[in-house]
Design a binder for this molecule. Structure first.
Ligand SMILES: Cc1cc2nc3c(=O)[nH]c(=O)nc-3n(C[C@H](O)[C@H](O)[C@H](O)COP(=O)(O)OP(=O)(O)OC[C@H]3O[C@@H](n4cnc5c(N)ncnc54)[C@H](O)[C@@H]3O)c2cc1C
Length: 381
């Protein structure tokens, strides 16, 4: 089941070459500048690395979520921030594929795959983070249009996206809280769209994160995605198709930190011997490698089950939580094995350590993932 086909191995190899050749030389500079050079996004698009799960008829490669995971892992092995930025350029394309009209798919997906448009999904608000159903951004229907007002925070690509899929309350009177929401496409060139970049992040600094203010933004009613009142349920299905990819960011980040630790303990001598000669150091490396392999197996399994049409929210949550926690643990051990050098940016492990943390927070905190897993096993309490 886990043997990659020759084509998948080729994809992995090509992604590794891109990461080493194109991402590594500029990753640290982009982190310092806190922005992505659009040239690298364009190049990744040219080489067909973006949204590879999009069918060929909409401009994608027609692969699956496993192939996406293989690519993201290789990118994150070199730099989590650039990997996240490239992945984020098509964050929301999964929603368009699931619920978009033919017209919406044709308008946006080929441009996103070609690197001509960047997108995002705006859900989180200052008072509604994990509790998605409590959002308050309003979309009022006026004739053939929606008029949208609200305030979102932590929105990836807020200041660089061409369009966002925005979660809005369209049915405030619905008897169930979860039936109040709809998803609406908002082009960021619309009057009333304002975005402010959040600077000085701990992690993935080159990935754009911002606040969004929607001030009576008017969009045609055709921008509704799917049906009114189903937005919450659509989002849950969406996360079932994005969380394995976040898990892949975790695996890549952990592998990158492990690589650095291995090379350091081989070179660094104390007490007249390389650190690698000490039993406890060997055990640490063995434990880190085991964690990475276990996380990789889970992510590959979760992604390939989705590709087989078996979307299992608990398995996906297990893979996301575990792989992201592994990234934090392995990066922590990698810093420890570097001793004092570990906290110097030039030794790179500090960078993996900073980047790993956010993976336990976005697209469902690890606590929320555990709630999803437990709910599947125990039912609702
Ligand atoms: C870099 C970055 C990029 C992001 N990109 C996007 C984006 O593109 N679009 C978007 O909409 N959002 C985005 N987010 C927001 C992200 O999804 C939220 O930060 C996340 O869902 C948590 O919400 P919160 O920050 O409001 O934390 P809170 O929900 O306030 O949680 C705080 C803590 O309380 C815990 N907690 C909350 N509820 C429970 C509970 N019921 N039981 C136990 N523990 C609980 C959480 O696990 C967490 O530890 C991004 C965030 C970051 C940091």
């Amino acid at each position: 089941m886990f043997a990659l086909t020759p084509e998948q191995q080729d994809i992995r190899k090509a992604a590794r070459e891109f990461a080493e050749g194109e991402i590594r030389p500029i990753a640290r500079e982009l982190d310092e500048r806190e922005e992505l050079d659009p040239a690298i996004w364009k190049k990744a698009a040219e080489l067909g690395f973006l949204a590879v799960f999009v069918p060929e008829e909409y401009g994608g490669a027609g692969y699956g979520f496993l192939e996406e995971a293989l690519i993201i892992e290789e990118f994150a092995r070199v730099d989590t921030g650039v990997a996240q930025s490239l992945q984020a350029s098509y964050f929301g394309s999964q929603l368009l594929l699931l619920y978009g009209t033919e017209e919406q798919k044709k308008r946006y997906l080929p441009a996103v795959c070609r690197g001509e448009m960047r997108m995002g999904v705006a859900i989180t608000e200052p008072d509604a983070g994990s509790d998605v159903a409590s959002i308050s951004t309003r979309a009022e229907r006026r004739g053939d249009h929606y008029v949208i007002s609200g305030h979102e925070i932590f929105i990836t690509n807020a200041t660089v996206a061409d369009f966002l899929i925005v979660a809005c309350v369209t049915n405030p009177e619905a008897p169930k809280k979860h039936e109040r929401l709809s998803l609406i496409i908002v082009e960021t060139s619309c009057p009333g769209y304002e975005a402010t970049k959040l600077k000085g992040k701990l992690s993935i600094r080159c990935s754009d994160t911002g606040e969004v203010a929607l001030k009576e933004v008017v969009v045609p009613k055709e921008n509704l995605l799917g049906e009114e009142g189903k937005g919450f349920y659509y989002l849950m299905e969406f996360f079932n198709r994005t969380r394995a990819a976040v898990g892949a960011l975790g695996v890549g980040t952990a592998q990158g930190a492990l690589d650095k630790a291995i090379s350091h303990v081989r070179q660094r001598k104390q007490f007249g011997r390389p650190l690698a000669a000490f039993d406890s150091v060997q055990h640490k490396i063995a434990e880190m490698a085991t964690l990475v392999e276990a996380a990789r197996s889970l992510v590959w399994r979760a992604a390939s089950e989705i590709d087989r049409g078996n979307v299992d929210p608990a398995l996906i949550a297990i893979a996301k939580w575990y792989a992201c926690e592994v990234a934090v643990r392995v990066a922590d051990e990698a810093v420890q094995l570097h001793g004092g050098y570990g906290i110097l940016e030039e030794y790179d492990v500090a960078h993996y350590y900073r980047d790993a943390k956010v993976l336990e927070i976005f697209e469902g905190t690890k606590e929320i993932e555990k709630i999803l897993i437990a709910r599947r096993l125990l039912g609702r309490y």
